[in-house]
Design a protein around this ligand. Sequence first.
Ligand SMILES: [Zn+2]
Ligand SMILES: [Zn+2]
Length: 466
Amino acid sequence: MAGRKKPQAQARQNNRRGRVDDFLVRGGRVRDGVQKILSSQQADKMTVEEARRLAAQIKRKGPLAIGALFDRLFDKDPLSQRLAIMLLTEIDDPFVFSKARQLLKRPNLPEKVRVALLTIEALNKSSPLSGSLPEDASELSLDALLQFTDDFWQYMEAEEISTMWLENFVGESPQERLLMLELLMKSAHARLLGVARLEIALAAPEIMRFLAEKLGDFRSSQAARLLEILLDHPDSAIRRAAACSLNRWNERNPSGASDADDAASAVHFYHAQMATDEWEGQYSLVYAVRSADGQIKFFVTLLDRWDRGIVDCWGCVRYSEQEYDKMLESMAADLADLRQRDIAKHTALTLLTKAMELNAQRKHPLPLEFCVWLHLFENEQFEPDPKVPKFGEDCDICHKPLETGPRRAPWVFGNMVVCNRCCDRTLHCPNCSEQTSLAECLLRCDPGNRHVIKCPGCSHSLEMPT
Ligand SMILES: [Zn+2]
Ligand SMILES: [Zn+2]
């Protein structure tokens, strides 16, 4: 009888061991489960949405499952390692960073794993280090970084690399960016030209000088287009270097014909639609293209017709047709109060071109987010759509250019648009001696004949101020 009852202390110990064993068994099972999921995936064919879904699925399984992804970083197969990096970059969980830190402290950590861990820290949006290069990066040999990044980036689209540059490196000093650019652009791969375009928009002189020389090494015709922009640079040394590079490029591409890089990055128009906010003078425009591998890239941009041109932009790559349709559906629900319709390619291009001209005319720099996507349409030839209204209108009362202030947009009354200053103008009614604002009068007058204004108090006809 006594034998059946274990002493208390021993029971507790066994229980604890039981829990540890349980945990290990369960851990093994979770890890096996994750390995099974991963072995059926191909990193090079996965869309961003698929990667996000898979990352969310693994995150739900908890730290043990995430740990299985870290195991994969040690894998000899670069594709398997690549997949783990892709997924760990998409998981916003503090465990990812504590685990990465813990591994980084490990002695004899293979160089490739170390770079992978630092890459995850740099790319993960919820990383506490996001926005600055981790200090440990200085311990890396630069050659190892280059070796790795080159590998790493062949699975990324140009727009993803540009967006990563925008989100993680644009805040660094020009000197530091130059150091990275020198490394990254050694291979002169077309995928990096989006970064070059962003840097041209940022216009740091030392980087302009570097690009004016370096762009001559690229084979893609995009490089020639960027060099043409630099031919107009105010600094004569930069202009000279760009002219030299352009000669070099032309010698190697005598017919100006597109090469293999161009063929790989070629895209075809897929779909465009817009939502119109007449009152605000704004359009939300979606422009989608299909790339050589059949996947869809698109950007969504906000256009301001009165004053600011291109205001904002975001975009995505690697969407399937179904994922794209779903995105449109959810956007249609968000913009349900606006008029939405599919538009023809030449209409979309007319809108984009007019908006960009307004940016230039009113000296509002193009948003950097927009520069990431510009190359998807800038070479398209098209007949302008005459139905697209004018961009950059004047106030119908004072005839000065309309401005879209930070808080108030111009007012639309029927077919008139009136600047804030005019709206606020005080009118004095000689009949009832009341004071009123022009906006008050316009709100109350006959929509078909806004030029005849009346006192809102006594309906006496008032003179339209000039
Ligand atoms: Zn005005
Ligand atoms: Zn009156």
